[in-house]
Design a protein around this ligand. Structure first.
Ligand SMILES: C[S@@+](CC[C@H](N)C(=O)[O-])C[C@H]1O[C@@H](n2cnc3c(N)ncnc32)[C@H](O)[C@@H]1O
Length: 380
């Protein structure tokens, strides 16, 4: 049986056992099950991959993120160690570009890549020198008397990789680019009188059951909607956000993703639910699980409400504006200058400089990546 067939078989076996499964469980198996899409090492990248994310456009996004990390580091009083936990780190490209940008925080930096897919974690080694977690998160010198050991300073940058969020409290940042849209989500539909959950039944057909009370607040934000409206139930968002917030003792969560408001979701049919494979929009999410990404726009009210329930305040800014504040235009000008100085000798750095204008155009395009939203969450 092919890998794709095996994902279907795993899902169908579970449906047979339980009668039906929530769409969130279906997404979990299709993306992260034994034969899931990301488990098989698919995802972000260019040729041979499935979709292009901001880090995959080129090094410029990572340079801007390096500036954002320096801002956070300075705002915390330049702690050493300064820990950045990148959740959903994929193949490690963003981390590589952040390090190449040589941020001011580098000597203090401990960078923790968190990625569930073992195949993608293996790929990170092609781009980065990855140390064991004990090296990156340790490095403590004993003190005299009974005082707790002090961290050894200026050891960074050190990179390590984990399959789940670390169980430590950090001074630093939890960073995630295009993770929230990939957290498993359920589906609800309004029939004109009541909300129902859409579950996946035998033969992978939709089954409607009355919405559980626990999901009532998730649909409450949509107000009055026409019959047939479909919305997402972000069941994995709360647990993930709670776990991520618990990691940050002092600092912020920076979450970059495609986001829409509740009114946009409820007026868009199910256009907010998409599949991708081989750089094309894929088909029906219930067909060929494991062969494509399944993703949903993040609903800002759901994010802000979930964050608030965890004692976090959320500030939102568009990606284009965020990158401009971080100095993307200056970086493009510097790149153009470098090109004019180095073009004659075919300097690679000069070539990278020249390509910054094209990278910036893609990263700030309001109809593309520039239309993404950056959410900065801090404890109240
Ligand atoms: C859309 S990709 C983004 C990859 C990368 N951040 C980028 O921008 O190119 C989402 C990634 O998040 C990973 N992922 C999903 N849920 C995760 C979780 N709970 N913890 C860590 N990684 C997760 C997936 O395996 C996948 O590699």
């Amino acid at each position: 049986m092919s890998g794709l067939g095996r994902a279907s078989a795993e899902i169908d076996a579970e449906i047979a056992r339980f009668g039906s499964i929530g769409f969130d469980r279906y997404v979990e198996l299709a993306l992260y099950g034994e034969h899931g899409f990301f488990t098989a090492g698919r995802g972000a990248g260019r040729a041979g991959r499935d979709f292009v994310t901001s880090p995959e456009i080129g090094p410029l996004f990572g340079r801007c993120v390096a500036v954002a990390l320096d801002d956070e580091w300075r705002a915390l009083g330049s702690p050493d160690p300064f820990v950045v936990v990148e959740a959903g780190a994929g193949n490690g490209r963003l981390c590589r570009e952040v390090l190449r940008a040589e941020p001011a925080c580098a000597p203090a930096l401990r960078y923790v890549l968190v990625e569930t897919s073992a195949m993608l974690r293996a790929e990170q080694h092609e781009r980065l020198t990855i140390e064991p977690p004990a090296v990156a998160l340790g490095g403590f010198a004993a003190t005299i008397d009974d005082e707790p050991p002090e961290p050894v300073e200026r050891l960074g940058p050190i990179v390590t990789a984990l399959d789940a969020l670390p169980a430590i409290a950090i001074d630093g940042v939890v960073l995630a680019n295009e993770l929230l849209d990939n957290l498993p989500f359920g589906l609800a539909e309004y029939d004109g009188t009541a909300w129902h959950e859409l579950r996946v039944g035998s033969g992978r057909a939709w089954i409607r059951v009355p919405l559980a009370r626990a999901d009532a607040s998730a649909v409450g934000i949509f107000g009055s909607v026409p019959p047939g409206t479909r919305v997402s139930l972000p069941r994995a968002l709360g647990p993930w956000l709670a776990a991520a917030a618990a990691v940050v003792r002092r600092g912020a969560l920076l979450l970059v993703d495609y986001m829409i408001d509740a009114a946009a979701m409820s007026s868009r049919g199910d256009g907010w639910l998409r599949t991708y494979r081989d750089h094309q929009r894929g088909g029906d999410p219930l067909t060929d699980p494991g062969s494509h990404d399944i993703t949903a726009d993040v609903v800002v009210e759901q994010l802000i409400g979930t964050a608030a329930s965890l004692g976090l305040d959320t500030a939102l800014v568009g990606q284009a504006e965020w990158l401009r504040k971080l100095g993307i235009d200056q970086l493009v000008d510097d790149g153009a200058r470098r090109w004019s100085e180095g073009a004659g000798v075919g300097d690679l750095r000069a070539l990278e400089g020249r390509s910054r204008a094209t990278q910036a155009a893609a990263l700030t395009d309001p109809d593309g990546l520039g239309g993404f939203t950056v959410a900065r969450l801090v404890r109240r």
